[in-house]
Design a protein around this ligand. Structure first.
Ligand SMILES: [Zn+2]
Length: 499
């Protein structure tokens, strides 16, 4: 008998401190693919859906296609966006009559206007439709704020093991294999989740160099080889979320009878995370240090990563302070990817390529973080902003920046000005706009870590810059009302598992 397996993706990393709500229109603009249209959109990609598509073929499943939905991190999902996409998944499960299993691609840090634990609510609702015995697995981002409710209603939570996240495909294949084992009666998985009194940990999950996260992952893979344990997932959490469950967690999918071993595994990993909680590999530099490095020049680009304005973490993508400093310092052969400013893009579209216009660029979303840059700009290039990633992360996936203008400021600062907020993870952000990144002295990217996969290989130097965006790494700058307390590093904590 052919097994019918519901496959769907519903992702969002919600920064509850952002003033920008996440709307259904945001999903429609970036990714909202329904039903069987998922197949041509994601076949051959390294996305989780590419993995599920291949796994369905490998295992001879009859896929039931739900929806593929993802959009750039920002504030809480509107009630409309949350309910509409949730219901597309629930309806797919209901209409089919009966599904034999469910494979979901989630983020794990989604918050809506009505649900602080959106993935937990989705999994619970789905469990209500499919019943207690149908295997349900979900892949998660390693920055998930995973909850016991998610674990209760899933048979496994399978998180990325790379940051930059380049293993979405592999995690989906792993999750699907567990589903197949369960369908064939070889496994009977259930999921345990343990969360310490920590708001952050494990160097925010960075795996680009030796350190705490790589050590934890190596131990997790060893634990996975123990009898009775299926999947050991480490989530480092997403700090910019005022919900009770923000922070790291360990999820262990195990067989019946292996509860003690699963709990001991989670506690051992948390003990190491706690003991090494002060290990950080990234340090932010000031705007002055960035400008000084730009002045030194070199034969390959200096990559300045504005991590605190990273739209991949909910930043507004329009922080203007670094751009202003480079302009004032007279630095040339610079390319900035990107500044979100749909109003200025419209102005450029109206004026046309070659026109000179007076712009008020960036800094519109929250001028308290930096006022817009006032300058004369030449319109160098106009496009619809569509391209496909061809770097290591999300290779093959289509990206829509919306209407996009390249504006030249000063003597040679080209600013890719977009109509959609999007983190810079792929060289195509520049190449698709007629800019060869290798030919530039300085590249500014709006990203805190994901850019490394594509940009480190071409950089003479990489520098993380704090130019005053929303995503400050100093948690004490934010006011948390719903977060569980006490929690490290905001409060004194002696034993992170005491709660
Ligand atoms: Zn992440």
């Amino acid at each position: 008998m052919t097994n019918r397996v519901l496959i769907a993706q519903f992702m969002h990393e919600t920064n509850t401190f952002s003033k920008l709500p996440t709307t259904l229109e945001d999903y429609r603009r970036q990714r909202l693919v329904e039903g069987a249209a998922i197949v041509p959109a994601f076949t051959g990609t390294r996305n989780e859906l590419g993995g599920f598509i291949d796994a369905a073929q490998t295992h001879g499943w009859e896929p039931v296609w739900g929806v593929a939905a993802n959009t750039t991190p920002s504030g809480r999902l509107t009630k409309e966006a949350w309910e509409h996409i949730r219901d597309l998944i629930l309806d797919a499960a209901r209409k089919t009559g009966e599904v034999d299993a469910v494979c979901l691609s989630l983020h794990g840090a989604m918050v809506s206007e009505t649900e602080d634990d959106a993935e937990g609510a989705l999994l619970e609702a789905l469990r209500g439709v499919v019943g207690p015995d149908v295997p349900v697995v979900a892949t998660l981002d390693l920055h998930a704020n995973a909850t016991a409710r998610m674990a209760r209603h899933a048979n496994a939570l399978v998180s990325y093991r790379t940051y930059p996240h380049v293993d979405g495909y592999e995690r989906a294949v792993q999750a699907a294999q567990l589903v197949e084992d369960a369908l064939q009666g070889r496994k009977n998985p259930r999921c345990l989740l343990v969360q310490p009194a920590m708001l952050k940990g494990a160097d925010h999950g960075r795996t680009t160099q030796p350190g705490i996260m790589r050590d934890l992952l190596a131990r997790a893979e060893e634990f996975e080889r123990q009898p009775g344990l299926n999947v050991v997932s480490i989530q480092v959490g997403f700090t910019w979320s005022d919900i009770p469950w923000a922070g790291p967690s360990i999820a262990v999918s195990h067989e019946p009878g292996a509860e003690d071993s699963a709990a001991a595994t989670a506690e051992a990993l948390i003990a190491e995370m706690w003991a090494r909680r002060n290990e950080f590999s990234s340090s932010y530099r000031s705007i002055d240090e960035a400008v000084a490095a730009a002045r030194r020049g070199g034969d390959r680009p200096l990559v300045l990563a504005e991590g605190t304005d990273n739209p991949g973490g909910g930043g507004y993508n329009d922080a203007p302070n670094l751009l202003r400093a480079l302009l004032d310092a007279g630095i040339v052969t610079v390319a900035v990817g990107t500044i979100y400013d749909p109003g200025t893009v419209r102005q450029a579209l109206k004026a046309g390529v070659g026109a000179r216009i007076e712009v008020t660029l960036g800094g519109h979303t929250d001028p308290s973080l930096g006022a817009p840059v006032q300058a004369t700009a030449e319109v160098r290039h106009l496009s619809d902003g569509n391209f496909r990633n061809d770097g290591p992360m999300n290779a093959g996936v289509r990206v829509a920046l919306g209407a996009t203008a390249v504006l030249r400021l000063g003597d040679g600062i080209d600013v890719i000005t977009t109509s959609t907020r999007m983190h810079t993870i792929d060289l195509q952000v520049f190449l698709s706009q007629g800019i060869d990144p290798l030919g530039r002295n300085v590249l500014v990217v709006k990203s805190s870590q994901h850019f490394r996969a594509a940009f480190e290989p071409i950089a003479r130097e990489v520098m993380l810059v704090d130019a005053g965006g929303l995503c400050s790494t100093d948690a004490s700058r934010f006011t948390y009302a719903k977060l569980r307390r006490p929690i490290w590093p905001l409060d004194p904590v002696e034993d992170p598992l005491a709660g």
